[in-house]
Write a protein that binds this ligand. Sequence first.
Ligand SMILES: Nc1ncnc2c1ncn2[C@@H]1O[C@H](COP(=O)(O)OP(=O)(O)OP(=O)(O)O)[C@@H](O)[C@H]1O
Ligand SMILES: [Mg+2]
Length: 275
Amino acid sequence: MKLLEAVSLNKKYGMKRGWFTSEARSVQAVNDVSFSLESGETLGLVGESGCGKSTLARLLLGLEKPSSGRVLYRNMDYTDWSFSEMRQIRSRMQMVFQNSLASFNPLFTVEQIIGEPLRNYGERKAGARRILVADTLELVGLEQKHIHSYPHELSGGQQQRVGIARAIALRPELIICDEPFSSLDVTLRKQMMDLLQALKRELGLSYVFITHDLSVVNRFCDSVAVMVQGEIVEKQSGEGLMQQADHPYTRKLLSSIPVQDPRLRRKDREKEYRE
Ligand SMILES: Nc1ncnc2c1ncn2[C@@H]1O[C@H](COP(=O)(O)OP(=O)(O)OP(=O)(O)O)[C@@H](O)[C@H]1O
Ligand SMILES: [Mg+2]
């Protein structure tokens, strides 16, 4: 069953004439992007800074409207839905941000942050909310004592866990993660990827996982789309991409992944010189 579908999505931003530019210009942030995501799948979206990943995420979440093209959720075309109409699917489609701290209300405790989507989407009884928040906290590996903490009292890893907890509080079907762990160190990043994987199994989630780190995607994603200047230039399985990348940009991305064994690294470099 197709969970999410993008059909020829385009997003063009107009740039006004400024002090240093004599002409009005425009940026094609997303250029004719089409893909579909099956229920239970993880799609990786990889590309360099400015290639349009976050813009695409906003279009998929209905936070911005495309200049042209369609977005469909379970075959429902929600491209032209208003903010209030989007409520029908917003509880099923959530997001994890790169910097969770910036997306939290600093005056809210962890309990209020995780409980907010529950309150917004109909769980009026405080007692029932408290139980759901406690369950969710456990699912993301946070201790119950953190329930009364404020976000700034938590470590970066704990803050990202709260971000994930808020995203899963409503038990959605799909989570769009926009570079969720790029500010964390390698060990923590691995732990968080394992957490997402476990949640996928436990809650039957699907993910669109945005990253510029190709090394994480082959283990985690069923398929990977590579974006260059707003366009998807290549899409194949994570394994396939590691073994046989077709687009020169993907090969460049692959060659920039650090290799742990220095002998392998030398071999790679020699091969590059020969080519
Ligand atoms: N609201 C906006 N108005 C004008 N231009 C925008 C707007 N949002 C994004 N852009 C432009 O669209 C292009 C794509 O931006 P976007 O943030 O989607 O890239 P990205 O791939 O997410 O980059 P990063 O990896 O750095 O987060 C950029 O050239 C950016 O300047
Ligand atoms: Mg971005």
